[in-house]
Design a binder for this molecule. Structure first.
Ligand SMILES: O=C(O)CCC(=O)C(=O)O
Ligand SMILES: [Fe+2]
Length: 214
């Protein structure tokens, strides 16, 4: 039987742990099927930047009780899709199990943000700080083409380093890395055969609210 101790992991920085190839190809394929069902219920939308209204180059959707959205009014989590008004579909059990295995945090994730990168999309350096609970880590899953992921410190001007994230890689950012600046410099087209349409899908599991005391 495979146990968590059998998976390779590298601590890239304090609190930043990479599990290269954490999901085998068959698990990636199964997860992709589940994400396609999420997309059918909650179509990807193009968020815009607060105030400026500039569109993101990344399309997004969510699953879970809460989903992350951005529009002229700001960034926030909400229970419904901004275009259809429907509740977000449930987070696939496979992802909840992954969270249990790697997050080191008892309460389940409440949001799974799904990002779609076409070959020219990127994501600028930012912090994930719209959650009330920074004790919980962010768990990130990559599918499809490899990207160059950039990671720095907790201040915008801190030095950064970049590393490739490939299909099936899982990254946990918690502890001192929970509020570190990060982004996606670029997609490396043609580096994976998982997505027939090319590009990259990234899933981030997030705890949004503080768990109530038991
Ligand atoms: O695509 C990625 O690997 C990172 C996504 C991200 O930072 C975010 O959605 O906040
Ligand atoms: Fe982020």
């Amino acid at each position: 039987m495979t146990t968590e101790a059998d998976f390779a992991r590298t601590q890239l920085l304090p609190g930043l742990v990479l599990y290269p190839g954490r999901l085998a190809r068959d698990e990636q394929v199964a997860l992709l099927t589940e994400i396609r069902a999420v997309i059918a219920a909650a179509p990807p939308f193009t968020p815009v930047m607060p105030r400026t209204g500039k569109p993101f180059s990344v399309a997004m959707t969510n699953c879970g009780p809460l989903g992350w959205v951005s529009d002229r009014a700001g960034y926030r989590y909400q229970p419904t899709h901004p275009v259809t008004g429907a509740r977000w579909p449930a987070i696939p059990e496979r992802l909840i199990a992954l969270w249990r295995a790697v997050a080191g945090y008892a309460a389940p994730p409440e949001a799974c943000l799904v990002n779609f990168y076409d070959p020219t999309a990127k994501m600028g350096l930012h912090q994930d700080r719209d959650e009330a609970d920074f004790d919980a880590p962010i768990v990130s899953v990559s599918l499809g083409d490899t990207c160059r992921f950039r990671f720095g410190g907790t201040a915008r001007g801190d030095p950064t380093r970049s590393f490739p994230l490939a299909s099936g890689d899982v990254v946990v950012f918690g502890g001192p890395a929970r509020l570190a600046f990060h982004g996606v410099d670029r997609i490396l087209p043609g580096t994976s055969t998982l997505l027939p349409e090319g590009g990259r899908i990234n899933l981030t599991l997030r705890r949004v609210t503080e768990p109530s005391a038991a």
